[in-house]
Design a protein around this ligand. Structure first.
Ligand SMILES: [Zn+2]
Length: 473
């Protein structure tokens, strides 16, 4: 008899047999060469995280995590402790600070980083990843940084200055560092019941040499990696890298936290700016056409209403030249007009969204309301997208938010605005890539206990029929 694993006695009373990496049978009283008693645990399709930065997630897991630092001082104290604990590190990486909840209401300065970690190269990224603060020792390694767009004399970097700092940073981090980080991230994903992740690689986030390292880490841990490369018109690069698409974090604008997402009318707390759009509709059109011709998915990171208008216009321009293939994707889609939603539904463009953004920053008293005023109530309209027929794909954007599909599902079901909530089954489907437990489907399965708990307990994770994670049953 071939190797046949039977999961016996799930919550709904049925058994499930796995053979050759697929679901071979579902029903009562199945037999197999290996039988695992579930004692009433629940079998679900394993999770898909549709937006991950694997190496950065690893750095966040193993480096300095400032997410939730209650004060500016506590963030600086954490940097000092991290510096003392990592005397040999070529660079001190920290991420996740959020000044909006701090009494000072401002980011740390480069001089404060210097006082916390004297002489060290420190790089602390804001929670949204779109701005950072660098120490003088690191800034000194970036030629001409003070003349670049986005440099602030207090050590804060955005836009061009940020990209220049990152380019130097990449030279200070070794491939061994990156592989270790990717492994840590993959193990953390497996522990959350994630079988498949979408790596949203892009030149402004990390070098393309990370892609083979991410794939290697995924293979070692046993996960499935779908890789995107966020570079405009880079069809040859996509072929060389063997990626699924020129999509993901190909930036059409920035983010609300850094006031760089492109809005039609100004930010409520910065009336001099509408943010920054990086692409024209014509550039979007050409990119979509090039991807269609090459058989690649196209996609963009696009958040503000003005940027979404531009991107939707670009897709429509492309569609006028040649019918656009279904299955392109947009990341974040936070402030779409009805017209944008209609275009996405009609051209079958997936909305890759991050429900925990609303949990963290939505509502009448949080960051979106500060930045957008009344417009916060239009943000992350999952139900509107779903009702229009737009496919929802949930993800974490880790390390922007922590890996954790259950938290995302809860955030979508309990959206701050009642109009944008989706039912639990819709949220679950959006986080499992619409997978089912039907016979013949890949055996990417997660077995859970305590489904009513805030964080259910993962009993077992199978990917392609292979057990990756075995918890206490
Ligand atoms: Zn991202």
């Amino acid at each position: 008899m071939a190797e046949r694993l039977v999961l016996r006695g799930s919550a709904d009373g049925t058994d499930l047999a796995v053979e050759d990496g697929v679901v071979a049978a579902v029903g009562p009283d199945l037999d197999g060469s290996t039988v695992v008693e579930l004692d009433g645990a629940t079998v679900l399709p394993a999770f898909v995280d549709h937006h991950v930065h694997t190496v950065r997630t690893g750095f966040a897991l193993t480096g300095l995590d400032l997410t939730g630092s209650p004060t500016l001082t506590s963030a600086l104290d954490a940097l000092a402790a991290h510096a003392a604990a990592s005397p040999g590190a070529g660079v001190l990486l920290g991420q996740g600070w959020d000044e909006t909840g701090w009494a000072e209401g401002r980011p740390p300065t480069g001089d404060e980083l210097e006082r916390a970690a004297p002489g060290r190269r420190s790089y602390l990224t804001r929670v949204d990843g779109h701005s950072s603060v660098v120490s003088p020792a690191l800034a000194a390694l970036v030629p001409g940084v003070a003349d670049l767009d986005g440099w602030t004399p207090d050590g804060r970097v955005e836009r061009d200055a940020h990209h220049a700092v990152r380019a130097v940073l990449e030279t200070l981090i070794t491939d061994a560092d990156r592989l270790d980080a990717a492994r840590a991230a993959c193990r953390a994903m497996a522990a959350q019941g994630i079988a498949t992740f979408h790596e949203n690689a892009a030149p402004h986030i990390g070098p393309e040499t990370e892609i083979p390292l991410v794939r290697r880490a995924a293979e070692e841990v046993g996960l499935r990696a779908v890789v995107y490369w966020g570079e405009l018109m880079a069809v040859d690069t996509a072929r060389r890298l063997g990626v699924a698409g020129l999509a993901g974090d190909l930036i059409a604008d920035g983010a609300f936290g850094s006031r760089t997402a492109a809005l039609r009318s100004p930010y409520d707390d910065a009336p001099h700016t509408c943010g920054h759009g990086y692409l024209t509709a014509e550039q979007v059109r050409d990119h979509v056409l090039a991807c269609d011709e090459a058989g690649l998915q196209a996609g963009f990171h696009v958040i503000g209403d003005a940027a979404l208008d531009e991107v939707a216009d670009g897709f429509e321009l492309a569609d006028a030249v040649h019918p656009v293939r279904p299955g392109h994707r947009l990341e974040h889609v936070e402030l779409p007009s009805d017209h944008v939603v209609e275009v996405m539904a009609r051209l079958r463009i997936t909305a890759s969204v991050q429900p925990v953004f609303d949990a963290l920053w939505g509502g009448p008293d949080a960051m979106y309301a500060a930045r957008l005023g009344a417009r916060w109530a239009e943000s992350n309209p999952f139900a509107r997208l779903h009702r229009a027929g737009v496919r929802l794909a949930f993800g974490s954007d880790s390390p922007v938010t922590a890996l954790g599909p259950w938290a995302a599902i809860r955030a979508a079901v309990e959206h701050h605005h009642p109009d944008h909530r989706v039912p639990h089954d819709v949220a679950l489907a959006a986080h499992t890539g619409g997978a089912t437990l039907a016979v013949g489907q890949p055996a990417d399965l997660a077995v859970w206990r305590d489904l009513d708990a805030e964080q259910p307990t993962l009993v077992r994770l199978l990917v392609g029929g292979r057990t990756l994670h075995e918890g206490d049953a």
